[in-house]
Design a protein around this ligand. Structure first.
Ligand SMILES: [Mn+2]
Length: 325
């Protein structure tokens, strides 16, 4: 039996979800042929025909598809249902294999709870992975120093997956999440080789952002289109400005696409959030959560991306919107 695992790419929770679904499905069905396909948000339908080329296809920590070949689905994003009819199709599903809860802190933790309750499969062997996915995806760190200094092995693995652009490493990384204790996994040669330059760059980015950040009306913003494509640690702005409400960054992602990320300061009291970031970014083809969301543009669409960033900043400086949960 072949299984395609369509999971949120360049995301620790996406990779952890792929790992946990694998553990679940190996036990449930004995399937062995897993193919891991990382997905990125884009306007319109993010799926292509070959995503569905398997006996079973699961969508994890990413968007829903009405394609009948998607046979399993687990997600906790409010933005899971973007195309017309997506939500109705999901709600009409009676397969007992499609699950969505936008109150779940991580998709990985949600999978573990659902498969125990619905299929009596116990994934508590992977408690360390689940615990860190919950912490990382809900950004429940004690303060910005922890995810900026990156000392914990899980945070080094998070940095690896958020910056890895080598498709050949997607599979070994997901398999190692299941088989190797994090302390040891974080020291694997392929992690170390990828992380060493990344962590040096991270130190330079901490200084670069300090120079480039602009602060106005409770919103921190930065635009780094003149920098080579890479991913940035999303907590650096809060490390520099621990009291700021919102951060809106526009950067060139690995591979050259332009990426806007908007976030609400995870260390401020939740009730002080006045805007739903997922809803504000949806008109730009984005998605995510009320408190952190992203959208992407083609490499040459600088003007469009800059205009979107200005509009998003203006929305966040404007009157409160419907909050979402
Ligand atoms: Mn997630």
């Amino acid at each position: 039996m072949s299984v395609n695992i369509l999971h949120h790419g360049m995301c620790f929770d996406g990779a952890a979800s792929a790992a946990l679904f694998t553990a679940f499905f190996e036990r449930k069905s004995g399937a062995e042929a897993f193919r891991y396909i990382p997905k990125e948000h884009c306007p319109g339908d993010p799926f292509v025909d070959r995503d569905f080329d398997a006996d079973e296809v699961v969508g994890l920590d990413f968007r829903y598809s009405q394609d009948p070949r998607m046979t399993w689905f687990f997600d906790h994003h409010r933005s899971a249902f973007q195309l017309p009819g997506d939500r109705e199709h999901f709600e009409a599903d009676r397969s007992g294999r499609k699950f969505h809860d936008d109150a779940a802190r991580s998709c990985a933790g949600y999978i573990a709870r659902i498969v125990r309750r619905e299929f009596a499969v116990d994934l508590s062997d992977h408690a360390e992975l689940i615990r860190w996915a919950e912490l990382i995806d809900s950004a429940s760190f004690p303060g910005p120093s922890m995810p900026v200094q990156l000392e914990a092995p899980a945070l080094r693995l998070m940095t690896f997956v958020e910056s890895n652009s080598d498709p050949a490493l997607v599979r070994p990384f997901i398999r190692d999440l299941l088989t190797t204790p994090m302390e040891q996994h974080a020291q694997a040669d392929y992690i170390d080789a990828s992380l060493r330059p990344r962590l040096e760059q991270h130190q330079r980015d901490i200084s670069l952002l300090k120079e480039r950040i602009e602060v106005h009306d409770g919103v921190v913003s930065f635009t780094l289109l003149d920098e080579p494509g890479r991913s940035y640690n999303k907590f650096i702005p809060y490390y520099h400005y621990p009291k700021i409400r919102y951060v809106v960054g526009l950067v060139r992602a690995p591979g050259g696409r332009l990426k806007i990320t908007a976030g609400y300061n995870p260390w401020l009291p939740k009730p002080e959030r006045e805007h739903n970031l997922a809803a504000i970014l949806e008109p730009f083809g984005g998605g995510g959560h009320p408190f952190v969301a992203g959208c992407a543009f083609a490499e040459h669409d600088e003007e469009k991306a800059l205009r979107a960033q200005v509009a998003i900043i203006a929305s966040l400086q404007g009157p409160p919107t419907e909050l979402g949960r």
